[in-house]
Design a protein around this ligand. Structure first.
Ligand code: GLN
Length: 492
């Protein structure tokens, strides 16, 4: 039998359902693998050894009783901003050290009900603010492809867990690219669903109007399996909604006759040539399969980064006000002056988080609100409109996920603006609430180091199914594939 850590989700689930493999065996194999690799890669912040073993035996019991579970025994990792009952949730921050999630997020609850096993919680930039995991209070995660390269962020821990074979699939969150970017940097499929497709109940908010829970996987099938287990409106999150498509149909549909638009504003200047060539190879492959390819223009896209950071920081400054040391996390006996105590707790935030709280509070302050937040919001409406127009001509859009391959540790930490620029291609999608998917497309070698490349597919609002149709064609034709990678760069 194939090594358990290389198996896909559907393979594990069918073996467990058939009684050929027990969920306990799966969990044991994964815990060993985590023990072997996590010290090097820092993907997990907390490993749920006891809980995972216990959950595995209840799955095994259910199987013995004849139940069929879609995700029977499938081991998943969960980003440390999503609540898993009984596990620590720190959001990569010192502010929340010692805080234990009192309930399951809806997405986690649904995965568990389908038989999935939560192996642990994964590293993230503090409160999901960043693009490399370098803003985590618990050290950065490492990219298994190359020792000196970032895995992307903020959901870098989840990406590394899946890429390194320490989980079959993982949950991240994508507020401005935090699933697609790390998926691209570690060679995985990474989905940012339509806004409202998945419940945010139990997710610690960074910027609620922009973010969605997303999924990392090593195949389109696995992605579909995990995603569909979580879909469906949730009464606990009023922004969720139901869509009428079926992923199963989407996977079996052909791409012939689809119209693909290359977003010109995202694919010209400033794009690394390896990324450009991955983009054109992908277009050519789809053309060979009967897709027509043209140029799409989103005229004012160039203002997205500014608008995104204004909106994200404004929402963050408001959301993070609740971390005052009283309600969450460790708060040693309160003594003395309240102002001092409050400042002491708030000083536990890292530099980037403080920067965003201050800028967000400034942007929302009386007199400036209309000038900054108001304008950014109006731009957002314009952008949504421009995307809608483009989707009159095209069924799906395509663009780089990142302008460059994975960058080096420390390369962008000195100047926050250069770090923000790594999100230039991902944030427009969040502003418009659209679904998008990073597909891994080949590799590129520089100075003896091989690095993964990726491109993103973008679909109209509520048409996540189209992403699955196109991605599964790319996978079938062999252009797009994701493999387990061990440090540093050993493809297994
Ligand atoms: N890098 C972006 C930011 O720092 C996106 C983060 C995210 O998607 N959570 O805001």
């Amino acid at each position: 039998m194939e090594a358990v850590f290389k198996m896909g989700a559907s393979r594990i689930a069918s073996a467990v359902n058939a009684g050929e493999l027990s969920a306990k065996e799966v969990v044991t194999a994964y815990l060993e693998r985590i023990a072997e690799l996590n010290g090097k890669l820092n993907a997990y912040l907390h490993v749920n050894s006891t809980g995972a073993r216990r959950a595995a035996s209840s799955v095994d019991d259910l199987v013995v009783r004849g139940e069929k579970l879609n995700l029977a025994g499938v081991p998943v990792a969960v980003k440390d901003v999503i609540s898993v009952r009984g596990l620590p949730i720190t959001c990569g921050s010192r502010v929340l050290r010692g805080y234990v999630a009192p309930y399951d997020a809806t997405v986690v609850n649904r995965l568990k009900r389908a038989g999935a096993i939560v192996l642990g919680t994964t590293n993230t930039d503090e409160f999901a603010m960043g693009s490399s995991t370098e803003n985590s209070a618990y050290g950065a995660s490492r990219n298994p492809w190359a020792e000196d390269r970032v895995p992307g962020g903020s959901s870098g821990g989840s990406a590394v867990a899946v890429s390194g074979g320490m989980a079959t699939a993982a949950l991240g969150t994508d507020t401005g690219g935090s699933v697609r970017l790390p998926a691209c940097f570690t060679g995985l499929f990474g989905l940012k669903p339509s806004y409202g497709a998945l419940s945010r109940y139990g997710l610690v908010s960074y910027a609620n109007s922009l973010e969605q829970v997303g999924v990392f996987a090593r195949s389109v099938d696995d992605l579909a399996l995990v995603y569909s287990a979580m879909l469906g409106a949730d009464p606990k999150d009023g922004t969720t909604t139901n869509f009428s498509w079926s992923i199963r149909d989407a996977l079996s549909r052909g791409v012939e006759g689809l119209r693909l638009g290359v977003v010109v504003e995202m694919s010209g200047e400033g794009i690394h040539e390896a990324v450009s060539s991955a983009l054109s190879t992908t277009c050519k492959e789809l053309e060979r399969n009967g897709v027509s390819v043209g140029e799409a223009s989103i005229k004012h896209m160039g203002y997205s980064l500014e608008a995104y950071y204004l909106i994200a920081m404004s929402e963050a400054s408001s959301n993070l006000a609740r971390f005052d040391g009283v309600r969450y996390g460790e708060h040693p006996a309160f003594e003395g002056d309240w102002n001092e105590e409050y400042s002491r707790v708030r000083s536990l935030f890292g530099l980037e988080v403080k920067r965003r709280i201050i800028l967000g509070a400034f942007a929302l302050s009386a007199g400036y609100q209309e000038m900054y937040y108001g304008r950014a919001s109006r731009f957002r409406t314009l952008l949504i409109h421009e995307f809608r127009e483009a989707f009159k001509q095209f069924d799906v859009l395509i663009a780089p996920t990142s302008p460059t391959p994975p960058f080096r540790f420390g390369e962008k930490t000195q100047d926050p603006l250069t770090m923000y620029l790594s999100d230039v291609d991902t944030v427009p999608v969040n502003l418009a609430g659209l679904p998008a998917l990073n597909v891994p497309v080949g590799t590129f070698t520089t100075d003896g180091t091989t690095l993964p490349l990726g491109v993103q597919l973008i679909a109209p609002y509520g048409r996540d199914d189209l992403l699955f149709t196109v991605a599964s064609q790319l996978e079938r034709s062999g252009l797009s594939s994701a493999r387990v990678v061990e440090p540093w760069g050993r493809i297994v």
